[in-house]
Design a protein around this ligand. Structure first.
Ligand SMILES: *Cc1c(COP(=O)(O)O)cnc(C)c1O
Length: 428
């Protein structure tokens, strides 16, 4: 199967007249279509809400698009809470699913009435001490431990993950919350990442529904929402079959009907905190080839590097690459596609079969719309790129400018020195 970029060589040549490479480009059309499908798919659940995982693509323009669909945000830190608040997301629109949480972040979340999702048993006491009381609504994060397996071979190891309460802690936790006057309860769990199967959410929903029924019977706590969190994946590889959000939704609906309705919990709201699935395929990194190097292998050196996209270096993640204008040429050349960091894992691809590449060619690195720009860093003094939005009308809007050396130096008490150096700092 071919993986087609959502832009052409001609479009990129046009864009680079104004915005130099490298840049991340997002497709508004793709993001909207997907958001609208998600909303449609889960419309059977009255309380359904997607809380977009801000960390996947922390850009206000993207969050504003999701706001139009009635989605909220899922925050993991102080700045993400601030961004959500500043954009007009209200208390019930904000989920705070953090871990190893500093007290001041609990305070900030409570101040804007975000729903706090506690990661650990000890955080109940910590939160109560920090606020002087517990909030009316609280959610707890469950980790069943062991190994989580699905019939199609996908598995993950919750037992090795740092997140969540054990089952025993969870039941004890809800007992304490009830005793301390919490009024509204939720449960959250995240057991497998980037699942490319329609089976994950239904299976997770089954586990959490069973807990909900037992909580009602054994503890007298009625949950108001089940939060399936993130984990719906995308097909990074061309041969992978994408998830079908409608099939996923039907699977969850069936589980809700079978398990919750007989227990008198039929009004349960379904929440999710999808990130990757929401923006991943609708962003790409566009980079220009600077050099070809021939030593023991063939290297393509481009003007982006791992600071622009860390996933290949960090996890050995596959990102498909298209050489613009050569979409239909045979992939008969084997390359390592690299950036310029002094770090040998700075490779977007290793031994990748591609058409013959020449300096000046533009490469599209696919599926960088989630956990792409967001994971950026400044190693080797590299600067973060711009982010551009390809709007539905075909216009391109810059939604974040590229960093300049002045940004890089801004955290030193160094600014007057910069004024004395003989560089055009905004324009290197
Ligand atoms: C990262 C994260 C998400 C989003 O995960 P995706 O795999 O991008 O969907 C949601 N919730 C929490 C708590 C997370 O840490």
């Amino acid at each position: 199967m071919q993986k087609k970029p959502f832009i052409t060589k001609e479009q990129v040549e046009q864009i680079t007249k104004t915005y130099p490479t490298p840049f991340h480009l997002y497709s508004e059309q793709g993001i909207r279509k997907n958001a609208s499908d998600l909303k449609k798919a889960f419309s059977w659940n009255k309380g359904f809400k997607e809380y977009f995982a801000v960390k996947a693509c922390p850009n206000p323009y993207i969050l504003k698009i999701f706001q139009e669909y009635g989605f909220g945000t899922d925050c993991s830190s102080m700045t993400e809470l601030m961004m959500s608040d500043a954009l007009g997301f209200k208390g019930e629109d904000i989920m705070f699913s953090s871990n190893d949480t500093p007290a001041k972040e609990f305070k900030a979340a409570a101040k804007i009435s975000a729903t706090i999702n506690l990661d650990d048993f000890t955080h109940i006491e910590c939160l109560e001490k920090t606020l002087g009381h517990l909030p009316e609504t609280l959610s707890l994060r469950f980790n069943p431990g062991g190994v989580f397996k699905m019939s199609n071979g996908i598995m993950d190891n919750p037992g090795d993950a740092k997140y969540g309460f054990t089952e025993q802690q969870l039941f004890e936790g809800y007992r304490i919350l009830k005793e301390k006057g919490v009024k509204k309860f939720g449960i959250h769990s995240f057991l497998a990442s980037n699942t490319v199967t329609n089976e994950y959410y239904p299976k997770l929903a089954g586990i959490l529904c069973d807990i909900a029924v037992r909580l009602k019977e054994e503890v007298g706590v009625e949950l108001s929402f089940i939060n399936l969190s993130g984990g719906i994946g995308i097909p990074y590889r061309p041969e992978q079959e994408p998830n079908d959000i409608f099939a996923i939704s039907r699977g969850v609906k069936k589980v809700f009907e079978e398990k919750l309705e007989p227990a008198g919990l039929g009004d349960m709201a379904l929440y999710m905190e999808s990130g990757r699935f929401m923006t991943g395929p609708y962003g790409c990194l566009v980079t220009q080839v600077l050099h070809l190097k021939h030593t023991y292998k063939e290297y393509v050196g481009c003007d982006a590097c791992a600071v622009n996209l860390m996933r290949p270096a960090m996890y050995g993640a596959y990102h498909h690459i298209t050489v613009l204008g050569k979409e239909d040429e045979e992939c008969s050349f084997k390359y390592d596609v690299t950036g310029s960091l002094c770090e040998n894992n700075d490779k977007f691809a290793i031994d990748r079969m591609l058409p013959e590449i020449k300096p000046g060619d533009y490469l599209v690195i696919h599926d960088t719309g989630a956990h792409g720009f967001a994971m950026g860093y400044n190693y080797n003094g590299k600067l973060k790129s711009s982010e551009l939005l390809l709007k539905e009308d075909g216009q391109v809007q810059m939604i974040r400018r590229a960093e300049t050396p002045r940004d890089y130096f801004a955290t030193f008490d160094f600014s007057d020195v910069l004024d004395n150096v003989d560089y055009d700092l905004e324009n290197l």
